[in-house]
Every structure is written in structure tokens, then in C-alpha cells.
Design a protein around this ligand. Structure first.
Ligand code: NDP
Length: 685
């Protein structure tokens, strides 16, 4: 396929395992910089109900047969395959108006999200098909009735309706958690830039790495697709608030309580701290960040800074500094390597942006740039959707409305003054909920007041100062490990956030019953579930031989005062509770000198460890360590160690084993409880 052929190509949708053209010739999609046709788009005639059914029946079961680690490995292989083909995506991305660095955010940022979910998935999730959520709820005194929350993948299809500004990242940031959760997806890119998404999906399908139907693609309208969604499906939407509201109230979505995530308009702000006047590093960083956010992707980023809130005394200096910086931004054809900012995505978007700048004119005046006369270094200023950065100033932001209401989706920001920190917070809140706001200050008190004041209105807040200047990922970058989404006007949705994002595609269920049966469901041993001691030390067993519930009850050990003193002098931990009888007695928790908690843990290891070389390779940590009863000289310790969870690693000779470790005293009281984490070889070899 020659994606840059002279004749515009008819885009195809990938549904039901085949590439399909719409019944009609289609609408032309134009190159943002040259106005030349790039592709034709149409989806008429596609059987959308069949596409949903295909995903549910074909891909869903195949994905659910895989474990979290297998799906994570699949994401990594996919990311590697796409990275190898990245130059092809860059070449086509120019037509969207993106410069090389804009495309990097979209293409490599998107692929990076796959990599990130792959490694986080393998690190943070067990290698199972069921996810345990939280601890066991003990519902009976005798451990015969308990409860455990679990998460299982929804059995429908995730329909991802994406925006035009990130044809690759927009798809991949949603696909990564969806596929890791075990759900198939139907991707519907915004028409304007769908040719790039189509190319990437072609390459994804060609790899053969995903189960058939795990990703389907609709280029063009989704027709009656939403009429057919049900309670096991998920719909996510990124785009305008108007469309989002319409889809959110679609009868099938309302009737079937379909999970709907929306990421819409956002009047993101950046606040310059009262301490950060001209001459400070924070002032310079602020200028740089605002200019970067205005010009990256020509301001067509959901996270871009729309409102620049600065101390009144510094506004003039700020506007002058921004003017100087923005003047250096060469606007032109993104294929030209001297160009720093490309055009908007389409001429239609330019018409829209100019109209919205006029709306802002009710409350603000243009102080930098001319919306009507683009100055370009290359390309045709009229045939391409070019627009230079436009800075406005609103002198009375408290009384203004448009600057807090109108999202201008282009290289446009408005500077507004404030006098006191609480006023800055009030102005930020006038955005009615945003994806992100940043605060530039080097003053801890200002940081605290501003961040706590505005946090309930945001999905993310970035604090910028001289210390983080070099390492900061910046205001505009949603990161795979951090939540992306915001309350209120921003849509009320939440994406990414590491494993939080995976759980959006899973159902949480409280399972109640006898511990043994709960353990059978989750694959994780819990208190009260059957345990086995077959005479062989469980540390002698390979991963293949070991079973959940294998248990060791150790010999006993008496703790002496000499032990405590030896440990204290040996380690240097001579805390009075271990060394001074009188002072220890005065402590409300102790009746005299007590053993160190870490001495108990060390003795426990001495009791349960099997010393000879064997399948257990290493102890890599403990989780949830708690000391529950004081240990006094003369107390007798014993350990019960039970194999709690087994996680074989994909493509490795070992896996992780989690052991429930309970240390008791001579009365049977639990003195310490924790999970011991070990690496164990798959075979005895
Ligand atoms: P839209 O809301 O029109 O489109 C967003 C997505 O929804 C596209 O994939 C679009 O498909 C799809 N869509 C539109 N109508 C329907 C429908 N009835 N049923 C199902 N899907 C539908 O936004 P635009 O992309 O046109 O952008 C318009 C404005 O939205 C921008 O100017 C900007 O202000 C804002 N925006 C905000 C973003 C943010 O993240 N904050 C991101 C992008 C845009 P199609 O393209 O085929 O119509």
C-alpha cells in the first residue's frame, strides 16, 4: 500500500476480521498544511451490530483465556513492532499538521504507553486471570465465612471514540489498559485524521500479535453502533462537550447503564506564584511552559494552557516575555524542518478558532499576534490552516465569563491578573473542572495553599520550580502512571493512572463464602482455607510442584534477654524499650523490655528457611508487615508459613511466590504477620 499515493485513498474499516470500504466514495480529508486531499472516508453499509458481536464472541474469550502477564507481554511485543515501523507513521503524520516533535508526542508517546502498561502490568499485577481487590473481610469468628472483592474483565467490547488531535496516542492510551484488562476494543478515530490511525491499525493487525478481533476499526461515522451496546460494554469519548453530552445520554447507554467515560473541553490554567516575579527562575520556567503549551500541536491539546493567571504586578513583564518567545516560533509547513509550529488540523478548525477568539474579545483584548493574517515561513498561508500564536489579556477576570467558558482549541491563551493567592484559586475554579493546572512557585506555603485549593477541580496538578526544572515532564503530558481526566466541565472521566485505568474495564464483585471456596475462585490462599503439609519443606519444591496452600509449621524458639541485648548491640538499635526495664514499663504498650520487631522477623526466617541450595532463589521483600503482640524475654516463637500465591513469569525460568507468614507465641497469639516474597525456579534443575 502506498499511503502517499497521488489519488486520495479510500480509507477502510477493519470489522469482523476483514478490511471493508464504506458503500459510498466518501468525504475528502485534506492535508492541514497544503489543502491537498489525503484520503476519502466513509463507513456506510457496515454492520455495526455484527462488529460488536464479533468482538464479544471471538476476541473477548481469547483475551480472557490469557493471564495478565501474557497480555502484558503481548503489549510489549506490539509496542516493539510499532516502534520498528515508526518512520512510516511520522511520514503520514505531517499531513495532520504535526511537526516532528508534535508527532513524537502522538506516535512515540502512544507506543510508550503500551510499553509502560506492559511493564507496570507485569510488575504490579499477578500472573492470573482474576484480580484480587483489597484484603479479606473476615465475616465470622471461626474463619468459616469470609469475603473477598475480585475484579474480572467485562465480557463486552470497549468502544473508543477519539479526538482528531492525537490519532495514535488517543487510540493507544485507551487500548493499553483495555487489552491488559482482557477486553477487546472498537476504535473510532475522529474523521479528520483517521488516515493515520488506519495506517497504525493496519500495522497492528499485520503483526498477528493480538487475538483476532481484539482491535476493530471504524473509519467514518459509527452509524447505529451505540444502539447495540449493553451493560458489559464500555464507551469512552474524547472530543467536544456537546457531542460528549449527546452520547452520554444515548438511550442504549442510559438504559443499559453502560460505563461511559468522557474527556471533553478543559480550560486548563497555569498560575504564577506571588513569589515568582521577573528575575526568578520560576518566572522564566513559567514563560517557557506557557509558550510551549500554546505552540505544541498548535495548541490543539486537551491539556494545553488556556488561562494564564499571574500576579497583577508581573503581568506586563510576562506579556513582554511571552511576546519575545512566541515571536521566535516559526509557523509553516510541518514538513519543513525549520518550522516550530504547524497549522491547525483543518481549515474548518481555523474558522472555529477565529470565531472563538472573537468570543473571548467580549472580555479580553489581543496583545500578541493577529488572528486574521498568518505569517508563515513556508507553505501557503491561506490554503493551509495556519494561525500564529495569539495572546490575549483580560484585566477583570473576576467579572469576565468568556475567558473561563470558551475553549479555543488552538494556539491561544489569555493572561489574567490576581492579587492574593485565594483569588488565584477562585479564578482557576471558574473553569468548572479541568484536566490539569500548573503552579509555578518556589514557596512551600504558596504551593500548599494553591494546590489544596484547586485539587478538587482537577485530575492532575503540576508544581513547577527550579528544583524540578530539568526533570519535569511538563504541564501538558499525561503520563501512563498518572490519572488523566478531570471533573465537571472536563467530562468527569478518568483514564490511565496505571492499574487504576485497567480496572475501568473490569467488574468489581464481592465474593462471600467459605474461605476454601473463595481461595479456589481467586487462586490465592486465605485464612481458613485448607492447607497441606506433606512432610516436604515447601522451599524444596519448584514452581511446578508447589501448590497454593502448601504449609510449613516450624519448630519453636525461645527469645532470651541475651538475644535482645545481642541484637541491640550488634545492630546499634538500643531503643529504650529493648534496653531499659523501667522506661519500658512506663511505655503504655509494654510491661517491660521487649524484643525488637526486626529480631522477631529475623528469628522467623531462621525458623522457616531451608538452608541448602534449591528452587528458592531469593527473598525480594515483605509486604504488609505488622507487629501485633509484644514479645518478652522467655516467650516462645513459632512460624506458620503458607504458600499464598504463585506467579510464574512469562518467558523466564522462575516466578514469584507470596507466602503468608504468621509468627505466634506460646499462647497462640499472633505476634507478627506479613507476606514473604520470594523468587522460585520453575524446575528443580
Ligand atoms: P467532536 O466532539 O465533534 O468529535 C469527537 C469524536 O466524536 C470524533 O471521533 C467524532 O467523529 C465523534 N462523533 C461526533 N459525533 C458523533 C456521534 N453523533 N456519534 C458518535 N461519534 C460522534 O469533536 P471534534 O473532533 O470535531 O472537535 C471539536 C472541538 O472539540 C474542538 O474544536 C475542541 O474544542 C474540542 N476538543 C476537545 C478535546 C479535548 O480533549 N479537550 C479534544 C478534541 C476536541 P467524526 O470526526 O467522524 O465526526
Amino acid at each position: 500500500m502506498n499511503v502517499l499515493a497521488d489519488r486520495p485513498r479510500r480509507l477502510e474499516s477493519y470489522v469482523g476480521g476483514v478490511w471493508t470500504r464504506g458503500a459510498k466514495e466518501g468525504v475528502a480529508l485534506l492535508d492541514a498544511a497544503t489543502g491537498a486531499p489525503v484520503a476519502l472516508i466513509d463507513s456506510s453499509g457496515i454492520d455495526f451490530a455484527a462488529a460488536l458481536a464479533y468482538g464479544r464472541e471471538k476476541a473477548g474469550p481469547a483475551l480472557r483465556r490469557m493471564s495478565f502477564h501474557e497480555r502484558a507481554a503481548m503489549l510489549k511485543a506490539l509496542a516493539q513492532a510499532l516502534m520498528e515501523r515508526k518512520e512510516e507513521f511520522y511520514a503520514l503524520s505531517t499531513a495532520t499538521g504535526a511537526t516532528r516533535s508534535d508527532s513524537w508526542i502522538d506516535i512515540e508517546g502512544g507506543i510508550g504507553t503500551l510499553f509502560s502498561y506492559s511493564s507496570k502490568g507485569r510488575r504490579e499485577l499477578p500472573n492470573t486471570r482474576v484480580l484480587v481487590d483489597g484484603g479479606v473481610e473476615a465475616l465470622s469468628r471461626d474463619d468459616t465465612f469470609s469475603a473477598q472483592h475480585i475484579l474480572t474483565p467485562l465480557q463486552g467490547v470497549a468502544v473508543h471514540i477519539n479526538a482528531f488531535n492525537f490519532p495514535c496516542w488517543g487510540m493507544l492510551e485507551k487500548l493499553a489498559p483495555t487489552l491488559l484488562a482482557g477486553m477487546p476494543a472498537i476504535v473510532k478515530p475522529a474523521s479528520q485524521t483517521a488516515y493515520l490511525t488506519e495506517l497504525m491499525v493496519r500495522r497492528i493487525v499485520e503483526t498477528g500479535l493480538l487475538p483476532e478481533g481484539a482491535v476493530q476499526l471504524i473509519c467514518g461515522s459509527v452509524g447505529d453502533l451505540l444502539d447495540h451496546v449493553d451493560g458489559q460494554d464500555v464507551v469512552t469519548f474524547t472530543g467536544s462537550a456537546v457531542t460528549g453530552r449527546r452520547l452520554k445520554t444515548h438511550p442504549a447507554i442510559v438504559e443499559n447503564s453502560v460505563r461511559f467515560t468522557m474527556e471533553a473541553d478543559s480550560l486548563n490554567a497555569a498560575v504564577l506564584g506571588l513569589d515568582a516575579g521577573p528575575g526568578t527562575e520560576e518566572f522564566d520556567l513559567f514563560v517557557k511552559e506557557v509558550a510551549r503549551e500554546m505552540t505544541a500541536k498548535a495548541g490543539q491539546k486537551c491539556t494545553a494552557i488556556r488561562r494564564v493567571i499571574a500576579p497583577r504586578a508581573h503581568c506586563d513583564a510576562l506579556i513582554t516575555a511571552l511576546d519575545e518567545r512566541l515571536a521566535k516560533v516559526a509557523l509553516g509547513n510541518p514538513a519543513d524542518e525549520n518550522v516550530r509550529m504547524g497549522p491547525l488540523a483543518s481549515l474548518g478548525q481555523r474558522v472555529e478558532v477565529r470565531a472563538r477568539i472573537r468570543d473571548l474579545g467580549v472580555d479580553a483584548e489581543v496583545v500578541v499576534g493577529d488572528p486574521a493574517n498568518p505569517q508563515v515561513v513556508s507553505g501557503d498561508a491561506e490554503a493551509g490552516a495556519f494561525l500564529n500564536p495569539i495572546l490575549l489579556y483580560c484585566g477583570k477576570p473576576g467579572a469576565a465569563r468568556s475567558v473561563h467558558d470558551v475553549e479555543v482549541f488552538g494556539p491561544v491563551s489569555t493572561v489574567m491578573p490576581y492579587d492574593a493567592a485565594e483569588e488565584a484559586v477562585e479564578l482557576v475554579k471558574r473553569g468548572k473542572g479541568s484536566l490539569v493546572t500548573s503552579v509555578f512557585t518556589n514557596d512551600p506555603d504558596i504551593a500548599q495553599e494553591l494546590v489544596i485549593g484547586m485539587a478538587p477541580f482537577h485530575g492532575r496538578v503540576l508544581i513547577g520550580n527550579r528544583v524540578s526544572a530539568k526533570s519535569s515532564t511538563g504541564h501538558g503530558s499525561p503520563l501512563p502512571g498518572l490519572v488523566h481526566g478531570g471533573p465537571g466541565r472536563a467530562g468527569g472521566g478518568e483514564e490511565l493512572g496505571g492499574m487504576r485505568g485497567v480496572k475501568h474495564y473490569m467488574q468489581r464483585t464481592a465474593v462471600q463464602g467459605a474461605p476454601g471456596l473463595i481461595s479456589a475462585v481467586t487462586g490465592r490462599w486465605i485464612e481458613g482455607a485448607p492447607a497441606r503439609a506433606d512432610g516436604e519443606h515447601p522451599f524444596r519444591k519448584s514452581l511446578a510442584e508447589l501448590q497454593v496452600g502448601d504449609q510449613l509449621v516450624t519448630a519453636t524458639r525461645t527469645v532470651t534477654l541475651e538475644d535482645i541485648e545481642h541484637f541491640a548491640n550488634f545492630t546499634g538499635d538500643t531503643f529504650y524499650a529493648h534496653m531499659d526495664e523501667e522506661a519500658a514499663r512506663a511505655n503504655p504498650f509494654f510491661d517491660g523490655r521487649v524484643a525488637h520487631g526486626y529480631l522477631i522477623v529475623s528469628f522467623a526466617a531462621g525458623l522457616f528457611v531451608d538452608p541448602a541450595p534449591g528452587p528458592v532463589l531469593a527473598n525480594y521483600g515483605v509486604d504488609n508487615l505488622r507487629f501485633l503482640t509484644p514479645v518478652y524475654p522467655g516467650d516462645v516463637l513459632q512460624v506458620r508459613l503458607t504458600c499464598k500465591e504463585i506467579n510464574p513469569r512469562v518467558n523466564a525460568e522462575h516466578g514469584e511466590v507470596r507466602w503468608d507468614c504468621r509468627v505466634i507465641n506460646q499462647t497462640g497469639a499472633t505476634v507478627a504477620q506479613y507476606d514473604v516474597l520470594t523468587m522460585v525456579a520453575k524446575t528443580r534443575g
